[in-house]
Design a protein around this ligand. Structure first.
Ligand code: ZN
Length: 312
């Protein structure tokens, strides 16, 4: 395997640092890429986190995986692990790169494009050609938390197989978005599934455990690891819908992510901070809460609950 001028032979492990650009101070920004190769031929799996720099759960999941010495356990194939794709966002505790662009809407990227586009270009040209499939780790954005879930397009057979091996508590059919990493990967014939769990700038132990167990189950499924946690039931949702605030005010959730809800059931309240005005937030669907907003100050129209639903 040859990545960015370095040869990594079968049976070897390497930490590459792919230069993207420099900070205004002159400090180079390098993208860390761990490569772990077994002596035996097998699938090449990408584990990526921190595409949004403030989504630390994925960074922690990959850190935990790498600290478990996978090089001593890998029976076949290779792992490419990129814990922090958006180093710029990570050092600024921010989702985007400093010019405000989203790396995950900047694919396939350009060598001489914007900062986000340059980061995307590194992945598209230097990493994607090597992999068979990938798992990209994310969290909810802007104070919204997600119950641990795998997102993929059901028409994609490899993604379906990876999801079924992963056994996240929830799995969700999710359309590929233009300019996303998944879209570019798909165009190159590679499947990427997205793991979502927890919220930004907060490590959620349940999410980290689910992510780590899922990686091990997937590697075990493809014969790359001898052992993995037992499979567990995964609830699949064909569709999902946001419940938005009908008024502005102080928001409290009564039901939280992971819970089953029925149509018409009260799942939260929005109250006026200055008088006794209060409205109930009711679920318009039968389903499960797959994500909810933890921010207490709500404008009319803000997203409050994300509800996963079965086939209609
Ligand atoms: Zn994200």
């Amino acid at each position: 395997m040859h990545i960015d001028g370095t040869d990594i032979a079968a049976g070897q492990k390497a930490l590459l640092e792919i230069n993207v650009a420099r900070l205004p101070s002159g400090t180079p920004i390098d993208l860390p890429v761990h490569v772990i190769r077994s002596k035996q031929e097998g699938p090449v799996v990408l584990l990526s986190g921190g595409m949004h720099g403030d989504e630390v759960n994925g960074i922690e999941i990959i850190r935990r995986f790498l600290s478990s010495n996978p090089e001593n356990k890998l029976l076949k194939g290779s792992i490419i692990a990129m814990p922090i794709i958006n180093v710029y966002g990570f050092i600024n505790f921010a989702r985007y790169v400093p010019d405000g662009k989203d790396v995950n809407r900047s694919f396939p990227g350009k060598e001489d494009g914007s900062l986000a586009s340059m980061v995307a270009h590194v992945l598209t040209t230097k990493i994607l050609p090597h992999i068979d499939f990938g798992i990209d780790f994310h969290t909810g954005g802007a104070s919204r938390t997600n119950f641990p879930q795998l997102r993929y397009e059901t028409a994609d057979g490899v993604a379906r197989e990876v999801s079924s091996a992963f056994c996240a508590p929830f799995a969700l059919n999710s359309r590929v978005i233009e300019g996303s990493f998944r879209e570019t990967a798909n165009k190159l014939g590679k499947s990427v599934v997205v793991f979502e769990g927890g919220e930004t700038l907060r490590i959620d132990p349940k999410t980290v455990d689910e992510g780590l167990d899922g990686i091990k189950r997937v590697l075990h499924h493809y014969g790359m690891l001898a052992r993995a946690p037992k499979p567990q039931p995964s609830k699949f949702f064909q569709d999902s819908h946001w419940v938005r605030a009908e008024v502005s005010g102080l928001f409290r959730h009564k039901k939280e992510s992971g819970k089953k809800v029925k149509t018409g059931q009260t799942i939260g309240y929005i109250s006026s901070p200055t008088n006794d005005y209060s409205v109930k937030v009711k679920s318009p669907y039968d389903g499960y809460i797959i994500g909810h907003n933890n921010f207490p100050l709500i404008h009319k129209g803000d997203a409050l609950f994300h509800i996963g639903t079965q086939n209609k």
